[in-house]
Write a protein that binds this ligand. Structure first.
Ligand code: FES
Length: 423
């Protein structure tokens, strides 16, 4: 395309005419927004903010865990990726708090005629909320929540096609979502799950994992018969840490087991399968397991780019956090909380994050990831000392220098004065 220059005066004259026309159009335009704003409609569909969900089904996912099915009151669930989480806004007693749970259902199930999402919760894995879900929540209840959040999902531009998932206990939930999505043909990657449980009679979401594995094997039946593959795109290796009768893998998710099963699932039984292929490792589980797995990753020379992790927040035992000042355990400090012109003084235990102290005192604090990553609980330290978990320190360098911290991953080690946002 060529631009014809007509000469200085003609060009300036043309530009002035356009400017005048533009001004005229602006002046004659309606002052109220157009009722059909497609950009706004799309933004609202993708990020609807808080929604009400009806609990339509509660079923056991193992003897110690339950799956809760939630259907949106407005009939619509925003699109999400397998591995992302939903954040609940709960009122428990006098406390108002937020809690995030990985979605254990698959994205395709949220896009059907009767859309739903599911979460699977194990009793007693974090502070007081599981008890609420187990003891209080019943079918028909309405819960307020927002979604989707989180970066813990398979992204083909970033991750290797061969994925090895390393999960412990209820850390299996994001991988259940991925496995179901793959089984439905909606996600294309090879997924090997090394799943650590204590006993074979308490495997969280065991049936859903078997169903996904079966569906993938059936889809590959032709290739398997032709000897080109030995299984489907999903395989699950169960590892029992305390089950003498278990005949499969026993112990913990060790480096030996990770290496044994890192061969690409798409090429199991083929020449390529014999080679070590590019693999992304995804970890989700408790802190103690993360420490062992991250050591294995280091020993195996896995780069940070190929190791993605979602450590389940708030370990019951803070001693497991590297560098935690153990001599502070058992102490309680005075926490002065400044919100605008309001000031509250509350107790804060040294072995609980500042966010939990706020929640116990019914002071609203916005949390999503509860792992120091998202920044929703960003607060300012006006005086005192905190210990910040190195496993959850997602602060920017400037924030650290200027005294900002994330309340979900910071522990008091002296009396504190903090300033938090008003929500
Ligand atoms: S809740 Fe995400 S950083 Fe605190």
């Amino acid at each position: 395309m060529s631009i014809k220059v007509k000469g200085f005066l003609k060009d300036v004259g043309g530009a002035s005419r356009i400017t005048a026309m533009r001004r005229e159009m602006i002046q004659s335009a309606e002052t109220t927004p157009h009722p059909q704003d497609q950009i706004r409609e799309l933004a609202d569909a993708l990020h609807p903010g808080r929604q009400n969900f009806v609990v339509t089904q509660i079923r056991p996912a193992s003897p110690t865990s339950r799956t809760f099915r939630l259907e949106p009151e407005n009939g619509h669930i925003p699109p999400f990726q397998a591995g992302q989480y939903i954040n609940f806004y709960l009122t428990i007693g006098s406390s108002t708090l937020t809690r995030a749970y990985s979605i254990s259902s698959a994205p395709y199930e949220a896009a059907g005629d009767k859309p739903f999402v599911e979460i699977t919760i194990r009793r007693n894995v974090s502070y007081f909320v599981p008890d609420y879900f187990f003891g209080e929540v019943k079918e028909g209840d309405v819960l307020s929540a927002a979604m989707p959040f989180g970066q813990f999902y398979y992204e083909p531009l970033r991750d290797a096609h061969n994925v090895v998932a390393l999960a412990g206990g209820s850390g299996i939930t994001p991988f259940v979502s991925m496995a179901k999505e793959i089984a439905a043909g909606c996600l294309d990657c090879g997924l090997t799950i090394l799943f650590g449980s204590v006993k074979s009679d308490d495997i969280v979401c065991g049936e859903q994992l078997s169903a996904a594995e079966r569906a993938c094997t059936e889809r590959n039946a032709g290739l398997i018969a032709a000897g080109k593959k030995t299984g489907g795109q999903v395989r699950v290796i169960h590892i029992m840490s305390d089950d003498p009768d278990w005949t499969g893998e026993k112990g913990f998710v060790t480096r030996e087991l990770i290496e044994k099963y890192s061969c690409g699932i798409d090429c199991v039984g083929t020449e390529e399968g014999a080679k070590k292929i590019d693999t992304s490792y995804f970890f989700c589980g408790p802190l103690a397991m993360y420490r062992a797995v991250s050591r294995s990753m280091e020993e195996m020379g896995i780069t940070l780019r190929r190791f993605r992790h979602d450590v389940m927040a708030q370990p019951g035992n803070v001693k497991q956090i590297p560098g935690f000042p153990e001599d502070q355990i058992g102490k309680t400090f005075q926490l002065t909380v400044v919100r605008g012109i309001q000031k509250d003084v509350i107790p804060a235990r040294a072995d609980e994050p500042v966010a939990v102290a706020l929640e116990r005192a019914a002071i609203p604090v916005d949390t999503h990831c509860r792992g120091g990553e998202c920044g929703f609980c960003r607060s300012q330290l006006l005086s005192g000392d905190i210990f910040v978990s190195p496993l959850g320190d997602g602060r920017r360098r400037e924030d650290k220098e200027l005294g900002w911290f994330h309340a979900c991953s910071a522990y008091p080690v002296s009396d504190l004065v903090v300033k938090i946002p008003i929500i």
